[in-house]
Design a protein around this ligand. Structure first.
Ligand code: NAD
Length: 731
C-alpha cells in the first residue's frame, strides 16, 4: 500500500504527498513511517533536489497516529516490549530529526535542504508533530481546520517529539495549553500561538510553500535549539521564572487529575527533565516516558475506550443492516427540560423539528431554550447571528399534533407517567406515517410496557438522553421486546447525526447507566448513615478519578428525584427491594427541605448564587461521625464495587451485549473514572480473582449486594479478562 507519494518538479522541488488509500483522513502507520523515510532519504541523496514540500492529497493534512496500533495488546510486541517500543519511538525521532537537520553540516549548520509543510486542513497529533520538525509550516485558511495535539485527552502525550519541540520552541508555560489540555486551534489561532508559521489562501498554499523553499537561506533552516546559546522562552526549570512555572503546573495537574492520570505526570516530567539537557537528550527522555506510558495499563485502556472503541460505536459497530435511516423531520413531544434540549441538538444539525407541549407557552419556552444556548454561543464567538436564525427557523413550537405530519421520527419527553405517555403515543401515531419510528426518552419505565400503547411495537424504541442534553455525549438506545432492527438503525443514524456516542442495550430496570449510578449514590449515602465522614466519602471517589463524589452527585440530581425513583422501584420490586436503609436518609433529607442544589440546601450548604459552601452540619447531628473511620481503600472498594458489579450483572443478564459499550457508556454517561477505561477495563486491570476476593470480604461485612456475580467467579477460575474473553468470542 502506498501512503506517501514522491515527485520532483522541473525546478528541483520535491513533493511528498501523504494520501493513505481508502481513508477520508490520513493516519500515520508503522509502514507509512518507513515509506516517508525512504522518500526523505531520496530527496537528501538527490543532488538535483533543492528542497521538499510535505503535503496531503486529502482535504486535511492528518488526524494523527493510527491508534489501533498503539492500543494493541502489549504482549504482541515480543519478549521485551519496553525495549521494542522504545526502539520504535527512537526510530521515529531519528527520522524527524533527519528532516530537521536536513543534511546540513553538523558543525557549520550549512548546506541543508529546506523541508516545509503545506497543510490544507486539520493537523492533529503526529500530523502536527511531523510538521514541527520541518523548517516552516504553512496552513491553508480553511475554516474547518483544527490544529493541535489532543493526545492527553485519551491518556497519552505527544510522543513523536511534539512535547519536546513545543516546549523548546514556546517555553513550558506557553506550551502547556497545547500539551496539558490538548487545545485545538483554528489556523489563525495556531499561528498567533506560535504553533505554525503562516496562514495562506488555500489556492496559494503550494505556490507559497515552493517560493519559500526556493528562497530559503542556511540560517532559515537552523532550529533555535540547534543554534549556540539558545535560551528557552520563560526560562528552564532552574531559572527563577521557569521554577515558578513548574511549581504552578504541578499544582494545576494535581488539582485537576487528583494524581490518577499517568499521562499528565509523565508529560510534565518529560518537559521538566527535557528542558535541562540538550535537545537530542530531551528526545530520549521523552521517548522513555512515552514508552512507560504505552506500557501503562491505564493509558492503554483509556486509548482503547476513549478513542478506538468510542469511534467504532459512533461508526455503527452494532448497527443492524438497514438502508440509510437519517432523520429529516423530527417530532418532539414535551418541551420541558429534556424535550427542549433534544429539539436544540437536532435543529442545530439541520433537522426540521416540531416541538409539542400541552400549552403553547410551554412549547414557546422550550424553543426559547435553544435561543438562549445560541446567544451564549454568539457571546463566545462560536455562533453567528445567521446560524442562530437558521436553527430557530427549523423549530416549530405548537400544541397541534397535526403538525407532526411528515415526521419520520418522534421522540417523546413528556412527564414520567405511563398514562400520559400512552396518550401522546396514540395521538402522534394517528398523524405520522406508517413507517415512522416512535421513541421514548423515559429514564425509568420499561420500554416493552410503554410499547403496548403503540400500534407498531416493532417501530417503538427507547432513546435515553442524559441531562443537560446539549452537553452530555452519551445516548442510550434501548430495545424493547418487540423493537425491530430498522428502529435500532434509525436511532443509531439519528445519534450519529447529532454527533453523540450511542450504546445499544436491552430493556431492563434502569437500562444500563442509571442501573450503575444508583448503587454508587446509594453506597455513598449508606456510608454517611453509618457515620463515615462525608468528606471521606466524596474524596474517596475523587481519588478514584470520579468527577464528583456520590453526595455531591445526589445534590446535583436532587434528592426528591431520588425519593421518587425509590418509591417507584419499591412498588415494582416489593420484598426484593434492597435499598430501604438508604431511603431513610433520602426521605429524611427531603422532609428537611434539603433537595440539593436546586433548593440551595442538600448534603452541602449553598450561598445565594448556588455556590457550594461546605457539608451541612445538620447531617452529622443526625448521623454522628463514628469513632472509628474506615480506611480510604475500604470506602473506595465499596464505591467502586457498587458500580462495577452492577455493570457485570448487566452483562450477565444480557442487558449489555458488548463490553465496549459498557466501558464507553460508563465514562461518557456518568464520568466513571476515565483513567481506568471503564468498569470492565478496571476489572481487567484488577484481575477477576482479586475482584472476587474483595467482593467476598465486603459481602461478609456488608451483605449480599457485594456478592460476586457467577461470571466473575468463572473468569477468576479460568484466569480470564473481559477483553480477552470478548476477543476470543469475536474470533
Ligand atoms: P419536564 O417536566 O421538564 O418536562 C415535561 C414536559 O412535558 C412539560 O413541559 C409538560 O408540559 C409536557 N407535557 C406533559 N404532558 C404532556 C402532554 N400530554 N402533551 C404534551 N406535553 C406534555 O420533564 P423532563 O425532565 O424534561 O423529563 C421528560 C422525560 O425525560 C421523562 O420521561 C423523564 O423521565 C425523562 N428523562 C429525564 C431526565 C432528566 O434528567 N430530567 C433524563 C433522562 C430522561
Amino acid at each position: 500500500m502506498t501512503e506517501f507519494h514522491y515527485s520532483v518538479d522541473a525546478d528541483g522541488v520535491a513533493t511528498i504527498t501523504w494520501d493513505v488509500p481508502g481513508k477520508a483522513m490520513n493516519v500515520m502507520t508503522v509502514a507509512g513511517l518507513k515509506e516517508l523515510e525512504a522518500h526523505v532519504d531520496s530527496a537528501l541523496a538527490d543532488e538535483t533536489v533543492k528542497g521538499v514540500i510535505l503535503t496531503s492529497g486529502k482535504a486535511d493534512f492528518a488526524g494523527g497516529m493510527d491508534l489501533n496500533v498503539l492500543s494493541q495488546d502489549r504482549d504482541a510486541v515480543g519478549e521485551n516490549p519496553a525495549q521494542a517500543i522504545f526502539d520504535w519511538i527512537m526510530s521515529t525521532h531519528q527520522l524527524f530529526r533527519k528532516i530537521e537537520r536536513a543534511g546540513m553540516d553538523p558543525k557549520t549548520l550549512k548546506g541543508g535542504k529546506p523541508f516545509v509543510t503545506a497543510m490544507p486542513g486539520t493537523a492533529m497529533g503526529i500530523g502536527l508533530e511531523l510538521p514541527l520538525a520541518t523548517h516552516r509550516i504553512f496552513a491553508a485558511d480553511n475554516p474547518r481546520a483544527k490544529i493541535g495535539l489532543p493526545e492527553i485527552m485519551i491518556g497519552l502525550f505527544p510522543g513523536g517529539g511534539g512535547t519536546t519541540r513545543l516546549a523548546f520552541k514556546l517555553g513550558a508555560m506557553a506550551a502547556s495549553p497545547y500539551l496539558l489540555e490538548g487545545k485545538q486551534l483554528s489556523p489563525a489561532k495556531a499561528k498567533s500561538g506560535g504553533l505554525i508559521d503562516e496562514v495562506v489562501p488555500a489556492d496559494a498554499l503550494l505556490a507559497r510553500a515552493k517560493d519559500w523553499v526556493l528562497n530559503a537561506r542556511d540560517a532559515d533552516l537552523v532550529k533555535p535549539w540547534d543554534a549556540k546559546g539558545y535560551k528557552v522562552p520563560g526560562g528552564a526549570p532552574y531559572h527563577p521564572s521557569g521554577f515558578m512555572t513548574f511549581v504552578g503546573a504541578s499544582v494545576m495537574v494535581h488539582a485537576n487529575t487528583w494524581g490518577v492520570y499517568p499521562a499528565a505526570k509523565a508529560l510534565l516530567s518529560a518537559v521538566y527533565e527535557g528542558l535541562q539537557v540538550p535537545f537530542d537528550t530531551a528526545l530520549r527522555i521523552e521517548a522513555r516516558y512515552f514508552t512507560q506510558l504505552l506500557l501503562n495499563p491505564s493509558s492503554q485502556a483509556m486509548t482503547r475506550s476513549l478513542f478506538v472503541n468510542k469511534q467504532a460505536l459512533e461508526k455503527g459497530a452494532n448497527r443492524p443492516e438497514a438502508p440509510d435511516q437519517r432523520v429529516k423531520k423530527l417530532g418532539v413531544l414535551g418541551a420541558g427540560m429534556m424535550g427542549a434540549g433534544i429539539a436544540y441538538v437536532s435543529a442545530n444539525v439541520g433537522m426540521e423539528v416540531v416541538l409539542i407541549d400541552a400549552k403553547q407557552e410551554a412549547a414557546e419556552k422550550g424553543k426559547a431554550y435553544s435561543s438562549g444556548l445560541l446567544d451564549k454561543g454568539i457571546k463566545r464567538g462560536k455562533v453567528t447571528e445567521a446560524k442562530k436564525t437558521e436553527v430557530l427557523d427549523r423549530i416549530t413550537p405548537t400544541t397541534d399534533y397535526a403538525a407532526l405530519e411528515g415526521c419520520d421520527m418522534v421522540i417523546e419527553a413528556v412527564f414520567e407517567d405511563p398514562q400520559v405517555k400512552a396518550e401522546v403515543t396514540a395521538k402522534a401515531e394517528a398523524v405520522i406515517a406508517k413507517d415512522a419510528i416512535f421513541a421514548t426518552n423515559t429514564s425509568t419505565l420499561p420500554i416493552s410496557d410503554l410499547a403496548q400503547a403503540s400500534d407498531r411495537p416493532d417501530q417503538f424504541i427507547g432513546i435515553h438522553f442524559f441531562s443537560p442534553v446539549d452537553k452530555m455525549l452519551l445516548v442510550e438506545i434501548i430495545k424493547g421486546r418487540e423493537t425491530g432492527d430498522r428502529a435500532v438503525a434509525k436511532a443509531l443514524d439519528y445519534v450519529r447525526q447529532i454527533r453523540k456516542t450511542p450504546i445499544v442495550v436491552n430493556d431492563a430496570r434502569f437500562f444500563y447507566a442509571n442501573r450503575c449510578i444508583i448503587p454508587y449514590i446509594n453506597e455513598g449515602m449508606r456510608l454517611v448513615k453509618e457515620g463515615v465522614a462525608p468528606p471521606l466519602v466524596d474524596n474517596a471517589a475523587r481519588l478514584l478519578g470520579f468527577p464528583v463524589g456520590p453526595l455531591q452527585l445526589v445534590d446535583e440530581t436532587s434528592l426528591d428525584l431520588g425519593a421518587k425513583i425509590a418509591k417507584a422501584t419499591k412498588a415494582a420490586m416489593g420484598n426484593e427491594y434492597p435499598d430501604a436503609a438508604v431511603d431513610e436518609v433520602v426521605f429524611w433529607m427531603v422532609d428537611q427541605g434539603r433537595l440539593g442544589r436546586k433548593s440551595k440546601a442538600g448534603f452541602f450548604d449553598y450561598d445565594e448564587a448556588g455556590k457550594r459552601l461546605g457539608y451541612w452540619k445538620g447531617l452529622s447531628d443526625k448521623y454522628p461521625r463514628a469513632e472509628d473511620q474506615p480506611d480510604l481503600s475500604e470506602v473506595q472498594h465499596r464505591l467502586m464495587m457498587a458500580q462495577v458489579l452492577e455493570a457485570v450483572r448487566a452483562l450477565e443478564a444480557g442487558v449489555l451485549t458488548d463490553i465496549r459499550e459498557g466501558d464507553v457508556g460508563a465514562i461518557l454517561g456518568w464520568g466513571f473514572a476515565p483513567w481506568s477505561g471503564g468498569p470492565f477495563s478496571w476489572l481487567d486491570m484488577l484481575g477477576a480473582a482479586r475482584a472476587v476476593e474483595i467482593c467476598d470480604d465486603l459481602k461478609a461485612r456488608h451483605g449480599k449486594r457485594f456478592e460476586a456475580p457467577q461470571m466473575l467467579r468463572d473468569m477468576a477460575a479460568r484466569r480470564e479478562t473481559f477483553y480477552k474473553r470478548a476477543a476470543a468470542a469475536a474470533a
